[in-house]
Design a protein around this ligand. Structure first.
Ligand SMILES: NC(=O)c1ccc[n+]([C@@H]2O[C@H](COP(=O)([O-])OP(=O)(O)OC[C@H]3O[C@@H](n4cnc5c(N)ncnc54)[C@H](OP(=O)(O)O)[C@@H]3O)[C@@H](O)[C@H]2O)c1
Length: 310
């Protein structure tokens, strides 16, 4: 099969389109014919993109961990899916990704693709929408009527954080660059703050939940805008528990994981119209290196997608 691979750790310049063996699905896995895959520009900087969890080198590697495609082969011990099913999912970061004509992955890491989404649109969902879901539903337990602040509402996670929080019936306040205000309001934000000119911590207080995918100073200023007992979900870096205790808030960090049931609920939300996949740019697989280079600079909101089959 054709695959985008890197033989040595590095940046996009290491990526080459070449022939690679079609993977063989192990027990519990399926083989997916890839139609579209999404890249995460930062992934080439993560240790797990190059190593196993035990630290062993696993080059040559295939990047891009979000996939939408069609099952062509089912490994032993897999129930509930069959060859021909249109599926989408999240490939674990410590194994070969989906920038290739085929990817093998656990059946538990995918679900039936939203019917109303194209493969390109479905590939824009798994990592960021699962992160937003696990942050707001599993970690924060957000419910209707609560006030939630989403930092970076036009960001990869933020676009789904705003939409899900709105769908859960929350009052959504989002920050981002001023040129993204109309877009973020259209996703469901009732209030918008320009983070380049407005200090959110001088404007807001008594909130129930903060979703922080920015970290640094943004995280440091977030504890104080919550009510006592409020929940701060932080994704870029773990929180400071001493500061959280001082503000009497719950501060939580977690790492997103593939989840069949949650992917199913996300697909249902897309088909019901309460969640819209956000695609930034589409590149053919052969231009995978250019896609990663594009991801380093300023870009439109949404995921960068590799189209593998027309
Ligand atoms: N723990 C997990 O499981 C998990 C999962 C997914 C992602 N993450 C992490 O979450 C972070 C964000 O990921 P992403 O894919 O959402 O990245 P992203 O697409 O770059 O989104 C970040 C957003 O925040 C905005 N932003 C930057 N500085 C800001 C500030 N001071 N105040 C408010 N907004 C600001 C950015 O706007 P600009 O246009 O100005 O850059 C952008 O819209 C990364 O560190 C990633 O590694 C963690």
């Amino acid at each position: 099969m054709k695959a985008l691979r890197a033989h040595r750790r590095g940046g996009p310049d290491q990526l080459v389109l070449e022939d690679a063996p079609i993977p063989v699905p192990a027990a519990g896995e399926v083989l997916v014919e890839v139609h579209a895959a999404a890249i995460t520009p930062a992934e080439l900087g993560w240790d797990l993109s190059w190593q196993t969890r035990d630290g062993a080198d696993r080059t040559p590697v295939i990047p891009s961990h979000e996939v939408s495609g069609v099952i062509t082969e089912v490994g032993t011990g897999v129930a509930g899916v069959a060859a021909g099913d249109e599926v989408y999912g999240l490939v674990d970061f410590d194994r070969n990704g989906a920038a290739a004509e085929f990817v093998a992955m656990p059946a538990s890491a995918l679900a039936v693709k939203p019917v109303k989404a194209t493969h390109v649109e479905a590939a824009a969902l798994p990592l960021a929408a699962l992160t937003a879901w696990q942050a707001l539903v599993d970690q924060a337990g957000l419910h209707g009527g609560e006030q939630v602040l989403v930092h970076g509402g036009a960001g990869g996670v933020g676009v789904y954080g705003v939409q899900l929080a709105r769908a859960l019936g929350a009052h959504v306040i989002a920050t981002d660059l001023p040129q993204n205000e109309a877009f973020v309001r259209d996703l469901g934000a009732a209030e918008f703050l320009d983070y380049t000119t407005e200090r959110f911590d001088e404007r807001l207080s008594g909130l129930d939940v903060v979703l922080d995918a920015v970290g640094g100073e943004t995280l440091a200023r977030s504890y104080g805008v919550l009510r006592p007992g409020g929940r701060l979900i932080t994704l870029a870096a773990p929180p400071d528990q001493a500061v959280a205790d001082r503000h009497r808030v719950r501060a939580l960090f977690f790492v997103v994981r593939p989840d069949h049931d949650e992917l199913g609920r996300i697909a249902a939300a897309v088909d019901e119209g309460s969640l819209r996949p956000i695609v930034s740019e589409v590149f053919p697989l052969a231009e995978g290196r250019a896609a990663f280079e594009h991801g380093r600079g300023p870009r439109r909101p949404g995921k960068i997608i590799l189209r593998v089959r027309p």
